[in-house]
Design a protein around this ligand. Structure first.
Ligand code: URA
Length: 227
């Protein structure tokens, strides 16, 4: 018999394992924490070489509403948090206008690493990162997903066209209702987009409130995502 302190501990742990206890209570990772770790250790594309902090996402789990942006900018890269720069400040004001706060929504991005000088993500970078956001949406479990900007809309929904032709309706995919709207950065650049964007967010607010009141879901275009 091993009578050393370490030997006795090892024996005790073996007994616990044999009873099916493989993790100390409260220490087992959730699937979302596993995904976070996968993202943190990802080196699948060149962006991993220049990133300061990967921006995984933030918000309650589960969330009724999830917002998806394109990818981190400078402030997000510095802090590791989504939408903390100028776009984020505008996003906070938009959320307040539809009676939401950051504590009510989960915010993520298609791309987890900032492309140098805020250039658009390249096709292979998008391809490597897409499985993460798809999994993230499933794990957060929203009923409503808002894609902000054309890059997020096209990549998440697999639809094409200019943003104004994709917005103004819901898309139903796997039981979730997706809405396409302008990216907050586009609203900062161009006043013209503010009115249609406001219509979009009001559409979300009405759908959300109806769903909360009696479970009614909006009329939507049903689409199958092939990619
Ligand atoms: N723009 C995005 O698309 N995402 C962020 O997190 C910040 C700015």
């Amino acid at each position: 018999m091993n009578t050393s302190w370490a030997g006795q501990l090892a024996g005790f742990l073996r007994i616990l394992r044999d009873t099916g206890l493989t993790h100390l209570p409260g220490t087992q990772k959730t699937p979302l924490e596993d995904l976070l770790q996968e993202v943190e250790s990802c080196t699948n594309c060149r962006l991993a070489k220049t990133v300061t902090n990967k921006v995984f996402g933030q918000g309650p789990i589960p969330s009724l509403v999830m917002l998806v942006g394109e990818g981190p900018g400078r402030e997000e890269d510095m802090t590791g948090l989504p939408f903390v720069g100028r776009s984020g400040q505008l996003l906070d004001r938009i959320l307040a206008a539809v009676e939401l706060t950051r504590q009510d929504v989960y915010i993520g991005n298609v791309i987890k690493c900032r492309p140098p000088n805020n250039r658009n993500p390249l096709p292979d970078e998008m391809e490597h990162c897409m499985p993460f956001i798809r999994k993230q949406i499933d794990l957060v479990g929203p009923k409503f997903v808002v894609t902000m900007g054309a890059v997020a809309a096209r990549s998440i929904l697999g639809i094409q066209g200019a943003l104004h032709s994709m917005r103004g309706k819901f898309y139903l995919v796997d039981g979730r209702y997706y809405m396409v709207t302008y990216h907050p950065a586009a609203l900062l650049r161009n006043e013209r987009y503010k009115r249609p964007a406001w219509e979009d967010w009001k559409m979300l607010r009405a759908a959300m409130n109806r769903y909360k009141a009696d479970g009614t879901l909006p009329v939507a275009d049903k689409i199958n995502i092939l990619i």
